[in-house]
Design a protein around this ligand. Structure first.
Ligand SMILES: C[S@@+](CC[C@H](N)C(=O)[O-])C[C@H]1O[C@@H](n2cnc3c(N)ncnc32)[C@H](O)[C@@H]1O
Length: 314
């Protein structure tokens, strides 16, 4: 029995296990341990000789996962840290060469449920949004200190928010009167700025996504995490990445494509392979997404995109 009330449902579990080709007795890294959902399945598949390193930058998530995975305590190593430093963290913990790395990025439903973390516009709480509460600037600090132009840029780039200009202006106007310190204050302000609710999606969805990405430097961490993860794979080792929006998926797709490389024709005749080393091969050519059955029971799965590639030559 777990001491925690966990609501997070892991996405694309069967697909991850199949495409990662989890081997009994293998060595794996879960770079986004979260509530330990995927790791539980990995541990079951790798059997009692397998070893797992679970990393998360959120101390609360680590506590939840340790509780969930206590049955496999002897096979697990837990580390608090950013997967941007995955190579360093892994080597420090004796995971120098591994059969697989999993990254299921973003936030978990359990984090969204914690009002005091400030990730959700559905829950009133301090406007924080840091996954790692031990460092970095909060979302409140960003909205109260950045210039209108910087805010607009964040909303546009990380939220793909078409009304970025209007929202940034409203933030700057509002903070002249009172600093914006709670999730509801920001959500209400955005709703008013865009002229109320229309449709199913809350008008503050993109703003919250954008700020979360900015607060946690999510895209830079992803780029570093991919490179670090690749450096740990043994020949034939696989890396699986689940992303939840197009910005992240583009980074993963380009990273894999660069290491798969391509043959280009030369004017002088023949062809030349162009790409980055080490050489990878795509395990799934087509993006893997959840089926209707999974989407029905887990709406988060709708936007999940899985890509898997393997190291063919280091
Ligand atoms: C979607 S959840 C993972 C859920 C997990 N796969 C499961 O099935 O329970 C993502 C987790 O990754 C963590 N995370 C996100 N970015 C991270 C990063 N750069 N470094 C370390 N952990 C990160 C979050 O704190 C969160 O707990």
């Amino acid at each position: 029995m777990s001491d925690y009330n966990m609501v997070h449902k892991s996405v694309l579990v069967a697909e991850v296990l199949e495409l990662l080709d989890v081997v009994p007795g293998g060595v794996y890294i879960d770079g986004t341990l979260g509530s330990g959902g995927h790791s539980e399945f990995l541990l079951k598949a790798m059997g009692e000789k397998g070893r797992l390193l679970g990393i998360d930058q959120d101390e609360h998530a680590l506590e939840r996962a340790k509780d969930r995975l206590k049955e496999w305590k002897g096979q697990c190593t837990f580390a608090h840290g950013n997967f941007a430093n995955i190579a360093e963290i892994a080597r420090k913990n004796g995971f120098d060469e591994v059969d697989g790395v999993l990254m299921d990025i973003g936030v978990s439903s359990d984090q969204l449920e914690e009002a005091e973390r400030g990730f959700s516009f559905m829950k009133d709480g301090p406007l924080d949004m840091r996954m790692d509460k031990s460092c970095g600037e909060t979302a409140s600090e960003l909205v109260n200190n950045l210039s209108e132009q910087e805010l607009r840029q964040i909303l546009r780039t990380f939220g793909e928010e078409p009304k970025a200009r209007r929202i940034a202006m409203a933030i700057v106007e509002s903070r002249k009167k009172n600093l914006i310190v709670t999730t509801s204050e920001l959500a209400d302000l955005v709703e008013k700025a865009v002229g109320g609710r229309r449709g199913r999606i809350h008008p503050a969805t993109r703003t919250f996504q954008a700020l979360r990405i900015a607060v946690n430097h999510e895209l830079d961490s992803l780029k570093e995490g991919l490179a670090g993860g690749l450096s740990l794979l043994r020949d034939g080792g696989r890396m699986a990445v689940i992303s939840f929006h197009s910005l992240e998926d583009r980074i993963v797709k380009r990273f894999f494509a660069a290491h798969v490389g391509k043959n280009v024709s030369l004017i002088s005749g023949g062809s030349e392979w162009i790409g980055e080393l080490p050489l990878m091969e795509l395990v799934n050519r087509k993006l893997v997404m959840a089926g209707d059955d999974e989407n029905e029971v887990n709406p988060r799965a709708r936007s999940a995109k899985l890509r898997v590639a393997k190291l063919v030559m280091s």
